[in-house]
Write a protein that binds this ligand. Structure first.
Ligand code: MEV
Length: 438
């Protein structure tokens, strides 16, 4: 059995690799070679990556792709996407092209409010607490001046601080519910720094507040942290066209529109479907979030919470036919940054932002929402017409051939062959074996 390691973080990279290779892998030499193979030959670039996190031993590549022809508010974009799943980028590009000739995507930012909370326990008189809060509220702003100054210069800062009594849920539980504007920064550090200062002000002022009993003076701060649930940091993206313009192979425009409406209605009514429906949206959202160096876990958590804001988990996209107009839209919360964090560190993130014409955070919100909407349109379009597997397996063909060890020449022949034949695991294996035996 392996023994625990002491002081792992202090080992050099080579020592870490030696340790993992010899203790946890069958072929230490192969492990070392593999980890090294993924290093960047440019030492400076490698160092940047090494320093993002702790204990790095290599890099983990994901494809960086482009989905062109996105017309958003009459401006053309090529959207960078980082994702491992085949057919996502192809689907996005196909949806972009479909809507390019039908007016493109229209978007609007509905709100940009970020949230953070100081959670604390106060088991005394709630009215006294409210009076205390009202009295010391200006101090929350005053004591965070050194943190908020530069954010205020950029038009951001603390918007509001509210006291909330939550003691019906947890004994003595109260909170400072705080809202922020962080402009082009995602703002996590700014918000958390403000919150920790609010917590300190709360504690210090309470301890000297004469109307409190000794017990009341001892406010217990449990934690101070931003929330990734940002229902007022919201963006909307929409496409619309005359029903007749919704042309699709093998189906009338009217029937196609009806099927899309039904598919959305099902995703609204049935959480099992809604989760997969929204997963398809996240294929587009996450791919742009990753390419632009934003925090996809935060975005995922916030968006899924939003999907159940009215109770049951439901569809993030909506569709209507009114008169002869088909409308399809998405509304999602997105707390994004285009400055700070990885955005100025990761060379490919910088490039992704440049490709997107250096968007503000609000512009990036709109682009990401479009990627989510396009992805959903593409998925629903396939689902209600040909089924998803036809396109998916075509895109997956190269993965299968690579897994089966096909040569470049064999791949070329088989890509050609499967243009007119159905791709399945078995059919690809059989076709490969056939040309190998010839
Ligand atoms: C696959 O990654 C995503 C889909 O399942 C989405 C959907 O079903 O809407 C195709």
């Amino acid at each position: 059995m392996n023994t625990p390691v002491e002081g792992f973080s202090r080992l050099s990279k080579a020592e870490k690799i030696d340790w993992i290779a010899s203790n946890f892998t069958k072929d230490a030499e192969r492990t070392k070679q593999l980890l090294q193979q993924y290093w960047n030959p440019d030492k400076k670039v490698q160092k940047v990556h090494d320093e993002f996190i702790e204990n790095t031993v290599s890099n983990y590549y994901l494809p960086f792709a482009l989905a062109p022809n996105f017309l958003i508010n009459d401006k053309l974009y090529a959207i960078p996407m980082v994702i491992e799943e085949s057919s996502v980028v192809a689907a996005a590009s196909k949806a972009a092209k479909f809507w390019l000739n039908r007016g493109g995507f229209k978007t609007a930012v509905i709100g940009t409010e970020k949230v953070g909370q100081v959670h604390f326990i106060f088991k005394g008189d709630s009215n006294k607490l409210q009076g205390f809060f009202d009295e010391i509220k200006p101090d929350f702003f005053k004591n965070t001046k050194s943190i908020t100054q530069s954010m205020e210069k950029r038009g951001g800062g603390i918007k509001e601080i509210l006291l909330r009594n939550m003691s019906d849920k947890v004994e003595g539980y109260h909170q400072l519910h705080c809202t922020f504007e962080t402009k082009d920064a995602m703002g996590a550090n700014f918000i958390n720094s403000c919150l920790e200062q609010f917590a300190s002000t709360l504690k210090v002022r309470a301890s000297a507040y004469e109307s409190f009993t000794t017990e009341e003076q001892d406010i217990e701060v449990v934690m101070s942290i931003l929330s990734n649930y940002v229902p007022n940091c919201l963006v909307r993206a929409e496409v619309s066209c005359a029903v007749d313009a919704l042309t699709e192979d093998g189906i009338s425009a009217k029937e196609f529109a009806e099927k899309i409406i039904q598919a959305i209605a099902i995703a609204k009514a049935e959480p099992y479907r809604a989760v997969t429906h929204n997963k398809g949206i996240m294929n587009g959202v996450d791919a742009v979030i990753l390419a632009t160096g934003n925090d996809f876990r935060a975005i995922e958590a916030g968006i899924h919470a939003y999907a159940s804001k009215d109770g049951p988990y439901s569809s993030l996209t909506h569709a209507t036919v009114e008169g002869d107009v088909f409308k399809f839209w998405i509304e999602i919360p997105l707390a994004l940054g285009t400055v700070g964090g990885l955005t100025s560190l990761h060379p490919l993130v910088k490039l992704a932002l440049e490709i997107l014409q250096n968007p503000s955070a609000e512009e990036l919100m709109q682009i990401v929402a479009v990627a989510g909407l396009a992805q959903n349109f593409a998925a629903v379009r396939s689902l209600v017409t040909t089924g998803i597997q036809k396109g998916h397996m075509k895109m997956h063909l190269l993965n299968l051939l690579n897994q089966m060890g096909a040569t470049e020449n064999e791949k070329q022949q088989l890509v050609q062959y499967f243009k007119t034949n159905t791709v399945t695991n078995a059919s690809v294996k059989e076709a490969l074996e056939k040309i190998q035996s010839e």
